[in-house]
Design a protein around this ligand. Sequence first.
Ligand SMILES: CC(C)(COP(=O)(O)OP(=O)(O)OC[C@H]1O[C@@H](n2cnc3c(N)ncnc32)[C@H](O)[C@@H]1OP(=O)(O)O)[C@@H](O)C(=O)NCCC(=O)NCCS
Length: 177
Amino acid sequence: MPHSIRTATTDDAGALAALAAVTFPLACPPSASPQDIAAHLASTLSDRHFQAYLADPDVTVLVIDAEGGLRGYSLLVNRPATDPDVVSALEFLPSVELSKCYVHPGHHGLGAAAELMNASLAAAAGSGGKGVWLGVNSQNARAIRFYEKSGFRKVGTKSFRLGSTVEHDFVLERAVP
Ligand SMILES: CC(C)(COP(=O)(O)OP(=O)(O)OC[C@H]1O[C@@H](n2cnc3c(N)ncnc32)[C@H](O)[C@@H]1OP(=O)(O)O)[C@@H](O)C(=O)NCCC(=O)NCCS
């Protein structure tokens, strides 16, 4: 499927929120309630939130742009980690957080995610990062496999609150290419 990867602009905020509504639930464990997922989308991944991310100079959003609309996105945060569990785990500093990496299910298994990852790693390197870190739900086997294929290794764990439950994330890290 033809597509390109580009940096998002504020015009993409609505499409990014729509894509997040499709892809965020795929990253949640089966135990996550629809109410908690909906609350997380409303509090973190709405059109308004993406407008704020896109206006933040420390944030880079990359998108997979295909015929028919956006089919994936990554969001990088170029700020020092604050979670003590993450801070103590990271080896390659300064480290850029790959805060979000989501591909529409219609594009899974086709190599688009690897292209998005390569562009994200290049963006992290371009902004001065020596490493990239991310948190991934410990039950998200597909994403963990994808990140391992992309050169990440597990360096720790951290907690992630989704509504009323505390989820357990693995912390993964790699050096920039
Ligand atoms: C994570 C994501 C970006 C990866 O993109 P992708 O196109 O699916 O990645 P790939 O197909 O290249 O790699 C996935 C790997 O997991 C494997 N896999 C698929 N289902 C799996 C499962 N249930 N258990 C273990 N491995 C699995 C695939 O076989 C593949 O490995 P292989 O190439 O060695 O065969 C994409 O799946 C996605 O957006 N998922 C939903 C959102 C999400 O979870 N994002 C990450 C949040 S941290």
